[in-house]
Design a protein around this ligand. Structure first.
Ligand code: SF4
Length: 482
């Protein structure tokens, strides 16, 4: 029986995976309104029925018995009515400048806009996104204007004659392995150049691995883009100038090419690296760049907040305000950013009131004297749109009952009277990052000031292909501190 025949008789519901910004389509079998199993729709154009190991956790996200279903004041379970009365009362005790609001980059564009509008109604200026630090830094670099730089499509990646991959792409977005392989074996002479200080699952596919010193990726990219001499980059990155020169020529001479950037925490200046990745791609009509963020809607949430709340503070500015006691209450929508983070928990002890809207129980009630937990709907229970790494709008319809949770727009409406127009959020989100001018001399001075990093401790990887028993095989994380 073919996959199509198997799926025909089932009640199949479709949504999207947000565990990375590739945004694979995820299909579920539904029984009696509940999502009971994953299905694999081989006809979808993004992942053609494949899901990576992380993507399989979507079933748990949709139907795990540990999902929050009732609000909690501290440890006490309460009704939504009591929670909202409590929330309004507590927030009313603070001046608007004393309240901070963070929106997770796993939330929808509509959620980000609802939070901005709620903040606007309440006079809250401290509204910003929450996501992976490296993602947010890279997103900053994506705003720096480079004339001629184009965002890659999935088709452009697959049809490239040369890929320049910075970082461990196949741990970040494993489903892309099929497309990378398509390039590697599609045509004789195709090139896969990997720039990474470590041997990784991705470098294993490389035709040329630029094994640079840790933290010098931005410098190597600047040389590949022709912004600094190869000799200068060689000295700092430890890469032979001839190898850099060859990689630059391979990429330049390919009829088509894509620079794929994977933000990583241990990299120095992800923003500068993205800026030079854009410069490298801007050289020809058939070259493009793409950034594969860890959080599925990093592009959408940041674009909506930047465009709808210009002048909002940065993450570090917000933390400084908390340290100085200027921000006393924090709304964390979709992410308890202090969970498992001792240093942040210490800093957040200054806070007088913490709200966490999430899918699962967080550490907050035990840590903060005064906290409120709100059960938050996932993309499976509430409608929303998201922007994938290639700038495409992914629209999710509700496919499962909410079981006690509410979407972020619903929660924001309970806090303040707001009514964003239909499509307003998605129209903002697809406009892409706000363009900013970066002074080239300043970028070069910042590059020159980058210190070298020590090599990260690396766990040995054993590949299926090398005839050894698979040991230490952990698809997601290769570097202990990666
Ligand atoms: S590659 Fe990314 S989007 Fe696709 S299933 Fe894995 S985590 Fe989800």
């Amino acid at each position: 029986m073919t996959n199509d025949e198997l799926m025909k008789d089932m009640d199949i519901k479709k949504s999207r995976c947000l565990f990375c910004s590739l945004g694979c389509e995820v299909s579920f079998r539904a029984e009696g309104g509940r999502l009971t199993a994953l299905a694999y729709d081989q006809n979808n154009p993004i992942n053609k029925g494949s899901l990576c190991p992380r993507g399989h956790y979507n079933l748990e996200l949709a139907s795990h018995p540990g999902r929050l279903t009732e609000p909690q004041i501290g440890r006490r379970k309460v009704s939504w009515e009591e929670a909202v009365t409590f929330l309004r009362g507590e927030l009313g005790a603070f001046a608007s400048r004393e309240i901070g609001c963070l929106v997770s980059c796993l939330q929808s564009n509509e959620a980000a806009l609802a939070a901005v509008k709620m903040a606007g109604r309440k006079g809250i200026e401290n509204i910003l996104s929450a996501g992976a630090a490296a993602d947010l830094e890279a997103y900053g670099g994506s705003k720096w204007q480079v004339p001629g730089a184009r965002l890659a499509t999935l088709e452009a990646i697959e049809q490239s004659e040369a890929l320049l991959i910075v970082g461990d792409l196949l741990s970040r977005s494993p489903v892309l392995a099929r497309r990378v392989n398509q390039v590697k074996y599609g045509k004789r002479g195709n090139k896969i150049i990997v720039l990474d200080p470590n041997k990784t699952h991705t470098s294993w596919f490389a035709t040329s691995h630029l094994l640079c010193r840790p933290g010098t990726e931005a410098i190597a990219l600047a040389a590949l883009a022709g912004a600094i001499p190869f000799s200068a980059a060689a000295e700092k990155s430890g890469l032979p100038a001839a190898q850099l020169q060859q990689a630059a020529a391979d990429f330049k001479n390919a009829a088509s090419g894509t620079v794929i950037y994977v933000p990583q925490t241990r990299r120095l200046r992800n923003d500068l690296a993205v800026y030079y990745a854009k410069q490298l791609a801007a050289g020809s009509d058939h070259k493009s760049f793409i950034v594969y963020y860890l959080y599925g809607n990093t592009l959408g949430v940041n674009t909506v907040i930047d465009r709808a709340a210009p002048g909002h503070p940065t993450y570090h500015q917000l933390l400084d305000k908390i340290d100085r006691g200027e921000v006393k209450s924090l709304l964390m929508f979709g992410e308890d950013i202090s969970a498992g983070h001792e240093e942040l928990q210490k800093r957040f002890r200054m806070l007088k009131f913490v709200v966490f809207a999430g899918h699962f129980e967080s550490e907050s009630p035990a840590i903060y004297d005064n906290s409120l937990i709100l059960p938050l709907a996932t993309q499976f229970e509430g409608a929303g749109s998201f922007v994938t790494a290639d700038g495409q709008l992914a629209v999710c319809a509700p496919i499962a009952p909410a079981a006690g949770s509410k979407t972020l727009p619903e929660i924001c409406r309970l806090i303040a009277e707001i009514s964003p127009a239909e499509n307003e959020a998605s129209e903002l989100a697809v406009q892409g990052p706000v363009s900013q001018t970066k002074d080239e001399a300043e970028a070069k001075a910042e590059l020159a000031a980058l210190p070298p990093l020590e090599a990260a401790p690396v766990k040995p990887i054993t590949y299926f292909g090398n005839n050894h028993l698979v040991s230490n095989f952990f698809w997601y994380r290769v570097n202990v501190n990666g």
